[in-house]
Design a protein around this ligand. Structure first.
Ligand code: NAD
Length: 258
């Protein structure tokens, strides 16, 4: 049985009720996990209020600002976990960013700054959070990140984010190798296209969704809940022998040749 009772889980990347991280947080909560939620702070505190209201029904034990480009905020997040729980079991890395201009048009036009930003926020951040988490995963643990097919195949307009996802997927393997002896498992979920704030920045996302609805074996896209269920599975003892893997939750689209 999938049971996360007694597990402490940090969930990053909730922006609104369409966020994949929101689907994951709900499924971890339903399985009994105690949640810590982080949000990306903005100057006017709007994101904080929105995410706080959305997640209140899940009674998170921790609710913290965490911009992964701010080392002090990241350190403060793990300090708060240490003080509140003393131990972390599950880390959900569910965030990414690239400049909107870099998610349409010619890939070769990507600026140095755009490339660095996308790689920093979308890929380096997994190392950064894993590094903070490993000291607190004293009884082993599970780290799950979110990736997309555009990291292994060319998908129109995904551009620099594809490079970031390729780096992210390799991070999964290197981290799995490093952290395995501590019984910390590291896996990725490659989700099919879902309409969210982040995906709306990718040029032609609706066409991608319609294409999946026509071509994927299940003839539909996946939901945040389905991704959340897979994340709960990977975070649970049911997946105790699984690490370093990318699990496709994409209605089977990845297996199709044409
Ligand atoms: N939506 C899709 O079609 C799809 C498919 C496969 C994978 N993914 C991946 O799923 C993850 C979540 O994206 P989503 O689609 O739910 O969109 P989303 O916009 O709901 O979530 C993206 C999150 O990243 C956060 N973020 C951006 N910059 C940050 C920073 N500097 N520090 C901390 N957080 C930051 C945002 O606040 C937001 O909560 C991303 O890694 C995305 O690439 C999405």
């Amino acid at each position: 049985m999938l049971d996360l009772t007694g597990k402490n889980a940090l969930v990053t990347g909730i922006a609104n009720n369409r966020s994949i991280a929101w689907g994951i947080a709900q499924q971890l909560h339903a399985a009994g996990a105690d949640l810590g939620i982080t949000y990306l702070p903005d100057d006017r505190g709007r994101m904080e209020g929105k995410v706080r209201d959305l997640t209140a029904p899940l009674n998170p034990s921790l609710f913290l600002p965490c911009n992964v480009q701010d080392d002090q905020q990241v350190a403060a997040t793990f300090e708060a976990i240490q003080q509140k729980w003393g131990r972390l079991d599950i880390l959900i890395h569910c965030l990414a960013f690239a400049n909107r201009d870099d998610l349409t048009g010619d890939f070769s036009n990507t600026s140095r700054q755009g490339f660095q930003t996308a790689l920093d926020i979308s890929a380096y951040s997994l190392l950064q959070l894993a590094n903070g988490a490993k000291a607190l995963m004293s009884e082993g643990g599970s780290i799950v990140t979110l990736t997309y097919l555009g990291g292994v195949r060319v998908v129109p307009n995904y551009n620099v984010m594809g490079i970031a996802k390729a780096a992210l997927e390799m991070n999964v393997r290197y981290l799995a190798a490093e952290l395995g002896p501590q019984q910390i498992r590291v896996n990725g979920i490659s989700a099919g296209p879902i309409r969210t704030l982040a995906s709306s920045a990718v040029g032609g996302i609706l066409d991608m969704i319609h294409h999946v609805e026509e071509a994927a074996p299940l003839r539909r896209t996946v939901t945040q809940t389905e991704v959340g269920n897979a994340a709960a599975f990977l975070s649970s003892d049911l997946a105790s022998g699984v690490t370093g893997q990318i699990l496709y939750v994409d209605s089977g689209y990845e297996v199709m040749g044409m």
